[in-house]
Design a protein around this ligand. Structure first.
Ligand code: ARG
Length: 261
């Protein structure tokens, strides 16, 4: 009897271990449920596939992955990353295929019609990326008559689509616009400031141009299905904790350090 009891304990311990390694950290027992995060891992430093394949959740690394991990931890759940096209994230959250959407996603009036957003966790602005020796592009006005790369559906695309006289080249990934800029196929590319900074860090022949009188600041927040105020409250509590403790800046610094390696 005693022997049976011992092996039962050993067996359940082994089971806990197996489940503990199935998710991304935080896992304490096999009864935990999954928190599915919809994202588009083409947006360094918020979400990207780690170059060495060793992210903080499977192959995925970035500020948003770390934040989502904290949300999952506070909910007693295990994070699972579902990587998809950026424009599929809101539909996935609406359809309940993902519990949360975190993707350096800016809160906009249009998006608020389809999903709810948490409290913001980051503030950014659009940056115009040009070649280092470019002197004629100094603001949005000077983009008129030029060919400018945007990523389809990103806020940079939405903002420049309002301006007449700019020829837009649409891409699925920021990196592809940057590649075409380097090859002089386009004159400039527009993307959020933190992502622009990391492209420029990797490509010193490029530089960033800002236009504060045209681009408004943007707030990133977590998207969830409309009307789930209980989940929203819990996510807001995690964000508040991470902001007030300075944890978000620490997370960002650690991601930067990993990227610099
Ligand atoms: N902030 C911009 C937006 O909300 C770009 C976000 C892109 N994020 C990504 N994970 N690809 O439209």
């Amino acid at each position: 009897m005693k022997k049976f009891f011992k092996s039962a304990v050993a067996l359940s311990l082994a089971l806990v271990m197996v489940f503990a390694f199935a998710g991304c950290g935080n896992t304490e027992s096999e009864t935990e449920t999954k928190l599915i995060m919809a994202t588009n891992a083409e947006f360094t430093p918020f979400e990207f596939v780690a170059a060495n394949g060793k992210g903080i959740c499977g192959e995925f690394d970035g500020i948003d992955i770390a934040i989502a991990n904290e949300i999952a931890k506070d909910l007693g759940q295990t994070l699972e990353v579902s990587n998809m096209d950026f424009n599929s994230i809101i539909p996935a959250v609406e359809a309940g295929k993902a519990d949360i959407g975190i993707a350096g996603m800016t809160v906009t009036a249009d998006r608020l019609e389809n999903v709810d957003f948490s409290e913001p966790y980051w503030v950014a602005v659009q940056t115009i990326i040009v070649k280092g020796d470019n002197t004629d592009i100094i603001n949005v006005e000077t983009l008129k008559g030029k060919k400018v790369g945007v990523v389809t559906g990103y806020t940079g695309d939405l903002a420049l689509s309002e301006v007449e006289g700019i020829e837009l080249a649409r891409y699925q990934k920021g990196i592809d616009a940057v590649q075409d800029l380097k090859n002089s196929k386009i004159d400039a590319a527009i993307i959020d400031s933190p992502t622009a900074a990391s492209f420029i860090a990797k490509n010193p022949e490029l530089k960033g141009v800002t236009d504060d009188s045209f681009f408004e600041t943007e707030e990133y927040a977590v998207a969830i299905k409309k009307g789930n105020s209980e989940l929203l409250g819990k996510i807001n509590a995690t964000i508040k904790r991470l902001k007030e403790s300075g944890e978000i800046s620490k997370i960002a610094e650690e991601v930067d350090n990993r990227l610099a390696q």
